[in-house]
Write a protein that binds this ligand. Structure first.
Ligand SMILES: Nc1ncnc2c1ncn2[C@@H]1O[C@H](COP(=O)(O)OP(=O)(O)OP(=O)(O)O)[C@@H](O)[C@H]1O
Length: 301
């Protein structure tokens, strides 16, 4: 379990992480999603004691990370897979991580097996690894202490679709055994494939959070109609939120059935009616982050 409460980090007058609160639960993979510069890495660094919060706190397994005895036995951390020492072999890198976690040497082989690096690959220098192999090695380093919690910054970066599927399987199994996984990404399709719960941030602030299903449901209904203006007005009179998309479709908080009933009552023609979630999390993510950007422009103005 990771509990983040009112976590804030300022650099001078710039607020990188702005009062975020969420919980990553055991048995779940939580995706921490946001565009570049949204504050994900800063928040994760605060979770693992590398950056001091300006205010608020982050608890891992009920304690601040720094108060955990032998933290690597409790929390597996991968912040930057490209930062590994290029001159060491994969096995040496893991042997060091295992020693620091106070784990026996066989933990190295177990971790290598878990991430699918062969003994031969493990004998090669990290400098010769592809980005995908480095991600696997980074993940092995996080797993070597057999922790109950994983904090992974952009773990899918550089993985091909088969690699992403593999990682999804690994993290799902880990969560199914009761583990807690928090992973960040700036790519929606990655998180969509891997996570159960989502926390989206933009400009340091949380713009949406919930289960993936909840957030998809929250996408509303899209409707096409030659009587768009009248249908939009009728939906608003009935208390539903309505926005007009660039392609002229309405997106409303009403369900498809509510739209259909209203159109029938009002004698309006509907030419397209479907859950807006069909357009994927991506549109919602873009809308949310765009809204966040507009808001900060307004605040700044
Ligand atoms: N030490 C620092 N001093 C000043 N500003 C910083 C510092 N660390 C981060 N920032 C700023 O905080 C903001 C958030 O950065 P952060 O790296 O947390 O974002 P991110 O969501 O992880 O982005 P990315 O996906 O690009 O890694 C950025 O504008 C960054 O420039």
């Amino acid at each position: 379990m990771i509990q983040i409460e009112n976590l804030t980090r300022r650099y001078g007058t710039f607020t990188a992480v702005d009062d975020i609160t969420f919980t990553a639960r055991p048995g779940r993979v939580t995706g921490f999603l946001g565009p570049n510069g949204a504050g994900k890495s800063t928040a994760m660094r605060m979770m693992v004691g590398l950056t001091t919060p300006t205010s608020g706190h982050a608890l891992v397994l009920g304690r601040p990370y720094r108060a955990l005895p032998t933290p690597a036995r409790h929390v597996g951390v991968m912040l930057d897979a490209t930062a590994q020492h290029a001159g060491r072999t994969g096995r040496e890198t893991l042997a060091l991580a295992a020693a620091m976690a106070g784990m026996p040497r066989r933990a190295v082989d177990t971790a290598l097996e878990r991430v699918g690096l062969t003994p031969r690959e493990a004998e090669r220098r990290v400098g010769a690894y592809s980005l995908g192999m480095r991600q696997r090695l980074g993940l092995a380093g996080a797993l070597v202490g057999d922790p109950r919690v994983l904090v992974l910054d952009e773990p899918a970066n550089g993985l091909d679709p088969a690699g992403i599927r593999w990682m999804r399987g690994l993290l799902r199994d880990y969560a199914a055994d009761g583990g807690t996984v928090l992973l960040s990404s700036h790519l929606l399709h990655e998180v969509e494939q891997i996570a159960d719960d989502l926390v989206m941030i933009g400009h340091g602030r949380i713009v949406a959070q919930g289960t993936k299903e909840e957030l998809l449901r929250g996408g509303g209904t899209q409707v096409g109609s030659p009587d768009r203006a009248r249908l939009g007005a009728a939906l608003e009179r009935a208390g539903h939120e309505v926005t007009v998309r660039q392609d002229g479709h309405l997106v409303t908080s009403a369900t498809a059935e509510q739209v259909a009933r209203l159109a029938l009552t009002e004698q309006l023609l509907v030419t397209d009616l479907r859950p807006s979630a069909g357009s994927g999390l991506e549109e919602m993510f873009l809308q949310l982050t765009a809204a966040e950007a507009r808001e900060s422009v307004e605040v700044a103005a």
